[in-house]
Design a protein around this ligand. Structure first.
Ligand SMILES: Nc1ncnc2c1ncn2[C@@H]1O[C@H](COP(=O)(O)OP(=O)(O)O)[C@@H](O)[C@H]1O
Ligand SMILES: O=C(O)C1=C[C@@H](OP(=O)(O)O)[C@@H](O)[C@H](O)C1
Ligand SMILES: [Mg+2]
Length: 180
């Protein structure tokens, strides 16, 4: 019989490169629940990549679609793990929607580690495209984090390990259940 997961919906938030998609997928496997990635859901509905949406329609359009698709996804029945996009909690009252429907976990990763990861990945991140060097990327991420911290800080769960593991999340979930 499938074990009951210690959450109804688990929502991962954090900066680009924090590992939301990677850890989210692993958590879904570990807890035997479906995995949803908000960027993928947007891409599927739009029939084009996030990069294309940003390039052709601009960020405001992307944020509107993101907010609409998020609300749709949050209505899905049953338990699941959701990886949001880095900016998701910061627009259109999305954080309130996330907090209302599930347990929100912030992956807090230091900027130098984000820089290392983003430089080593070939997935394009449109908001960081204007940062051609590691220094520029680092400055850009610092600024972005400064603006977003107020949103991320409202998550009831926060993993501060630079490389958050399944075991770290298990501990956080069990401490959260114990303390209420
Ligand atoms: N814990 C980790 N340690 C090292 N690299 C990681 C870790 N988690 C993710 N990465 C790498 O960082 C990059 C961004 O990960 P991703 O899961 O796409 O982040 P996000 O969805 O938060 O933007 C990918 O190349 C991924 O392989
Ligand atoms: O930080 C952001 O504003 C964004 C992060 C991306 O997701 P990841 O955090 O998964 O890279 C994606 O939603 C879009 O490019 C915008
Ligand atoms: Mg992602």
């Amino acid at each position: 019989m499938r074990p009951v997961p210690p959450f109804h919906q688990l929502h991962l938030i954090g900066m680009p490169g924090a590992g939301k998609t990677t850890l989210g997928r692993a958590l879904a496997v570990a807890y035997e629940v479906p995995f949803l990635d908000l960027d993928e859901e947007i891409t599927r509905r739009e029939g084009r990549s996030v990069v294309d949406i940003f390039a052709v329609e601009g960020e405001a359009y992307f944020r509107e679609r993101e907010a609409a698709v998020l609300r749709e996804v949050l209505q899905q029945p049953g338990s699941f793990v959701l990886a949001t996009g880095g900016g998701t909690p910061c627009f259109h009252q999305n954080l309130e929607a996330l907090l209302k429907k599930g347990l929100v976990l912030y992956l807090e990763v230091p900027v130098p580690e984000l820089v290392r990861r983003i430089l080593h990945t070939d997935a394009t991140r449109p908001l960081l495209a204007a940062a051609p060097t590691a220094e520029a990327l680092s400055r850009r991420l610092d600024e972005t984090l400064r603006a977003r911290k107020q949103f991320y800080a409202r998550a009831p769960l926060c993993c501060t390990a630079p490389s958050c593991t399944l075991e770290d999340v298990r501990r956080l979930l069990s401490a959260y259940q114990t303390t209420g």
